[in-house]
Write a protein that binds this ligand. Structure first.
Ligand code: AMP
Length: 520
């Protein structure tokens, strides 16, 4: 048995189109799964064995998706990496995961091949690269390696609170169960055509979008990135779209996106970052439809969703999904924690709320379910810190639950910044800024930004006030080669000192208030 492969390949023999690329290339289900079986062969020929990690940092392409499924077929652990990661970040991921193979862009393949003993291959996003060349001539591998529910299917690195990224270990069952739940809850069928413009190195584009589409035999319009012109051109051919809030603000800023263009669509979903109420309202005004907002995270897959048929409440992330237990803890310490809980019901109309807090109760969201990961790769202490004794995972998100059981995310206690749908933990950036000579200390915050949702902003204190001029450029240069672009501050604010509370903790809330208008 290989539960994830069985689920994702169950339409491999239907004659429908699995993937249509905007350039015109099409892959029927049998053609796509032929590619997958050839990818499985190439991976095996390159020495990858069941349980080995295969890291991939490559532009989005059908071939890259086939590598993911090829890994599932042979029981390898897929490790997708954000294309924005720099060389030093990549070094850490490869080292930490002890990846057996790294598939990267051709430009860095030769450099890496000479520098390290690691096995490397490449994909360029246009069907080129050494891995693609091997694919061309490879024979199909028919064997599907047996795997158990608890075996690892993927490791996805999340930004670390202490500056070190953590590898979330996702099992076959975590991924398969969440896929099945979403297919059902969002009523996907083989007649669906999903406009897929999300990156596939992130849980949203890889597991939510691709897994759901493949498991239902739907067609994906596989865009390499979100481009408004291309999306507007392809919308008439789609029935559904999954996006981050930025997609929707960009569409709404375009006058071509109107009622007529959206009228045939059965579903728009949003997640990965909070969607502003005004975006929800403007979308509904423009199209007559409500975006279905859902909530989840890398470690857990999807946790809550607004209902498909029943009321979608803008500003909330909906109800716990079937099988997901969700509760709020109102005290951060494990001992004596007071808790309120809600559990996702099988029926969308009858939310099985066990004990409902008043709407005013705000607490830490804790979750349990077959979709929740088992821990961080080789970080038992970190894992233990984030799980309660009874198996609930502490999400780090603060929320409330209303009288109908709908969950609202009110904040994050871990200081996480979400910019354009990507997570950035301030600590990682602060540590680098503080390394620069002349910097005494810094505080990195997210400020409201119309396009990115939040913009990374560094508030910096210099040793010597006279240093103010010029040091900004030095910081910028220092960060440029060490951090992915999306993590680099969009703006630097220089202050004489950081506001602190009596415990000496920097009051980032005051900074966020003071500079809240910086990007407006
Ligand atoms: P990631 O692991 O990149 O998927 O990020 C997960 C985090 O994104 C969650 O812990 C939340 O803080 C945030 N998030 C995801 N979906 C939503 C949503 N619909 N509204 C608010 N925050 C969200």
């Amino acid at each position: 048995m290989n539960p994830l492969y069985t689920l994702l390949a169950r339409h491999s023999e239907t004659t429908k189109i699995a993937i249509r690329e905007p350039g015109g290339r099409e892959w029927s289900y049998p053609e796509f799964f032929d590619l997958v079986a050839r990818a499985a062969r190439v991976l095996t020929d390159l020495g990858v064995e069941s349980g080995d990690r295969v890291a991939l940092q490559a532009n989005k392409s059908t071939e890259a998706l086939a590598v993911y499924l090829g890994c599932v077929q042979i029981g390898a652990v897929f490790l997708p990496l954000n294309t924005a990661y720099t060389e030093s970040e990549i070094d850490y991921f490869l080292e930490d995961s002890a990846a057996a193979l790294f598939i990267c862009n051709p430009q860095i393949e030769s450099v890496l091949a000479t520098q390290t003993k690691r096995r490397v291959a490449s994909l360029d996003g246009q069907g080129g690269g050494s891995f693609a060349n091997l694919l061309e001539s490879a024979s199909v591998l028919l064997k599907v390696t047996p795997r158990n529910n608890d075996d690892l299917g993927a490791i996805l690195y999340t930004s670390g609170t202490t500056g070190r990224s953590k590898g979330a270990m996702l099992s076959q069952q975590n991924l398969a169960s969440n896929t099945e739940t979403l297919v059902d809850y969002w009523q996907f069928t083989a007649s669906d055509v999903l406009l897929h413009a999300l990156p596939i190195y992130h849980t949203h584009g890889l597991f939510v979008a691709s897994n759901v589409a493949l498991a239902t035999g739907a067609t994906m319009l596989f865009h390499t990135s979100f481009n408004v012109d291309a999306v507007v051109a392809d919308l008439p051919a789609a029935t559904t779209m999954m996006g981050v809030p930025t997609f929707y603000t960009r569409l709404l800023a375009d006058s071509r996106f109107n009622h007529e263009l959206a009228s045939h669509m059965r579903l728009f979903t949003s997640g990965s970052a909070p969607m502003l109420l005004e975006t929800h309202l403007e979308f509904e005004r423009r199209t007559g439809q409500r975006i279905l907002e859902r909530y989840g995270m890398t470690e857990t897959g999807m946790l809550t969703s607004n209902p498909y048929h029943d009321e979608r409440k803008p500003g909330t992330v909906g109800l716990p999904l079937p099988g997901v237990q969700l509760r709020l803890s109102t005290d951060d310490s494990a001992a004596g924690t007071e808790r309120e809980s809600a559990t996702g019901s099988e029926s969308q109309t009858d939310s099985d709320v066990i004990a409902r807090p008043t709407a005013a109760t705000i607490g830490m969201i804790e979750v349990k379910g077959p979709n929740v990961f088992s821990g961080y790769w080789q970080m038992p202490e970190k894992t233990a810190e984030e799980f309660r004794d009874d198996g609930f995972f502490v999400t780090g998100d603060l929320g409330s639950i209303d009288d109908d059981g709908y969950v609202t995310i009110v904040g994050r206690n871990k200081d996480l910044i979400i910019t354009g749908g990507f997570n950035v933990y301030p600590k990682e950036i602060e540590l680098l800024v503080d390394e620069v000579e002349g910097v005494r200390e810094s505080a990195v915050i997210g400020l409201p930004h119309a396009d990115f949702g939040e913009a990374v902003t560094a508030v910096v204190v210099f040793e010597n006030k006279a240093d103010k001029a010029g040091v900004g450029d030095t910081i910028r240069q220092h960060l440029e080669t060490r951090l992915a672009k999306f993590k680099q501050p969009k703006e630097y604010v220089v202050v004489d000192e950081l506001p602190r509370n009596t415990m000496g903790k920097v009051q980032k809330n005051l900074l966020r208030q003071q500079y809240g208008e910086l990007f407006s």
